[in-house]
Design a protein around this ligand. Structure first.
Ligand SMILES: Cc1cc2nc3c(=O)[nH]c(=O)nc-3n(C[C@H](O)[C@H](O)[C@H](O)COP(=O)(O)O)c2cc1C
Length: 186
């Protein structure tokens, strides 16, 4: 089931968040490119019930609705700040609550931010295997950006070019999925 939304989800656990801002800007660009609406959430949006939840049914109503919006997204833009060389703990907890089939075939762009360049492969060695577990359609291009890659919140030309590459790949996946859904509906 698809809600015709591009959904951004960021693993930041405090605000303001450079990760959330970056995820939202990529999600907005993908929405513009695919002619869809976008909405972006972060771990903070899931509220207090997240940390103690052991299953989706333990979440409060607002958090459950947010999770449903993520699961039903036409495509996702995912991001996390790098914490100790990986995504944040609560980011992983969100995905631990999902059914293994919930993201199968979902077009996804992966992003991460960090304090420096030392952990730039976090997108490849931490995020990509998680979404491979879910059998998602992750774009070949993932984007890592450190604080040095932003000036007044705007990404550098190098990051912008990586983003464009990932957007083109994601738009292809979204287009291919909509064609195959139309054929299946005939
Ligand atoms: C607990 C903690 C652990 C961190 N670990 C790393 C790390 O291993 N590698 C890194 O490059 N940055 C690390 N950072 C820096 C954050 O990844 C970086 O500041 C990030 O861009 C913050 O994103 P935000 O503004 O969305 O919170 C860490 C920050 C915190 C608070």
């Amino acid at each position: 089931m698809s809600n015709n939304l591009i959904v951004g989800f960021s693993g930041n656990i405090s605000r303001p968040s450079s990760t959330r801002r970056f995820v939202e800007s990529v999600a907005q660009s993908l929405a513009a490119q695919t002619g869809l609406e976008q909405v972006t959430f972060d771990v903070e949006d899931l509220g207090a019930s997240l940390a103690s939840a052991r299953s989706i049914s333990d979440l409060d109503t607002a958090a459950r609705t947010t999770i449903r919006t993520i699961v039903e997204a036409t495509a996702l833009v995912i991001g996390s700040p790098t914490y100790k060389g990986s995504y944040t703990g609560l980011f992983k907890h969100v995905f631990d609550l999902l059914d293994p089939a919930d993201l199968r075939g979902k077009p996804i762009i992966l992003t991460a931010t960090g304090g420096g360049d030392r952990h730039s492969l976090v997108v490849e060695h931490q995020l990509r295997p998680l979404f491979a577990f879910f059998e998602a359609f992750v774009t070949p291009t993932a984007i890592y950006a450190s604080g040095r890659d932003f000036t007044d919140g705007s990404p550098s030309p190098v990051i912008q070019s990586r983003v464009k590459q990932a957007l083109d790949e994601a738009a292809l996946l979204v287009g291919a999925k909509s064609i195959s859904s139309a054929i299946a509906a005939e």
